[in-house]
Design a protein around this ligand. Structure first.
Ligand code: BG6
Length: 314
């Protein structure tokens, strides 16, 4: 029987475009409806590609980078934990390799979450979580750094933006000390026409000049040879990379007091077997936000987090 006051069907809103995720052979790729994309290898949870909506690649990746898990990936964003650089002899990290073990272990993909834009046109960003814990390390690595820990690394892809956040948890009862850093190889057109601003009056350790400490005098730093410096900016003000007079990247930090600026230059890069093409030193600039000039101590049960955001301006 036909009802007289039959309720009319609720209007259905057209379904919104969603981010897409694909995880195949330990490589995860996420796309936003806008066209922005990111690729993360579970080996090291290393971001190996970040493209903005127009398809432009924002990270430098060596064409000779090992992508088979045999050594840390040269390029993209290797994750440095729990020690930056060669470990000091008299520290609990002393038996670990340079830059620690996070970049040369397989992480697990924990899942994604996304946020919608306020105008409900499309999903605005997607957050990808990756995990590494003491239980996932092999016995040899555990013996070298025998602490119980849990790391959650969150990579959030937005429109023209990539955010990297690290959450460190001490799951044991004994305190441990760590350093961490996002070793970001930004893709640039020409190192000789690139400047970095936002570090004026910051102190820095210059590894190319016997690890002496200097104060930065310039607000438009240019690299004119091998550059390997650890800056401690006075505050969290953003850094800007400028190429040929135009801002190309803005880098912001939260709870990360240091920024390493690294370009190996021609001769050093020639000697690196996994760095190709050999003139690639002209087209990368490492701006590496981190916490590396001292140790962060985490008591048993405590947690810490820090993050950095890279925004593409071109
Ligand atoms: C930088 C360091 O962060 O990483 C440099 O400041 C180092 O000293 C560079 O040469 C590359 O390190 P690796 O271990 O990836 O060759």
């Amino acid at each position: 029987m036909d009802r007289k006051n039959k309720p009319s069907p609720l209007p259905t809103s057209p379904s919104l475009p969603q981010p897409t995720i694909d995880l195949t052979d330990n490589v995860l790729t996420a796309h936003l409806p806008s066209g922005d994309s990111v690729t993360v290898h579970l080996y090291g949870a290393t971001v190996t590609s970040w493209k903005t909506a127009n398809g432009a690649e924002k990270l430098f990746l060596s064409t000779a980078a090992a992508l088979d898990g045999s050594k840390p990936i040269r390029g993209g964003i290797p994750l440095v934990f729990p020690v930056f650089g060669p470990p000091p002899k008299d520290h609990t990290t002393s038996k670990l390799p340079q830059h620690g073990f996070a970049r040369n272990n397989y992480w697990e993909f924990l899942g994604k979450s996304s946020t919608e834009s306020t105008d409900r046109k499309a999903d605005d960003s997607v957050k990808l979580d990756f995990g590494l814990s003491s239980g996932m390390l092999d016995e040899a690595t555990k013996a070298k750094w025998p602490f119980e820990f849990g790391l959650v690394y969150s990579v959030t892809l937005g429109k023209g933006k990539l955010e990297c956040g690290l959450h460190v948890q001490n799951k044991g009862s004994e305190a441990f000390e760590f350093q961490c850093l996002f070793h970001t190889y930004l893709a640039i057109k020409d190192i000789k026409k690139t400047t970095i601003s936002g570090l004026e009056s910051a102190q820095y350790i210059d590894k190319v000049r016997n690890a002496q400490t200097f104060t930065e005098e310039s607000n438009a730093i240019t690299c004119t040879g091998e550059t390997d410096r650890v800056y401690t900016p006075k505050d969290d003000s953003p850094l800007t990379v400028t190429e040929g007079g135009k801002s190309s990247f803005v880098v912001t930090r939260d709870a990360l007091p240091n920024v390493t600026v690294w370009n190996g230059w021609e001769d050093k890069i020639k000697g690196m077997g996994d760095f190709e093409p050999k003139d690639g030193w002209l087209r990368y600039l490492c701006i590496e936000p981190g916490s590396v000039n001292s140790w962060t101590k985490l008591e048993g049960g405590d947690a810490w987090e820090g993050s950095a955001t890279f925004e593409s301006k071109l």
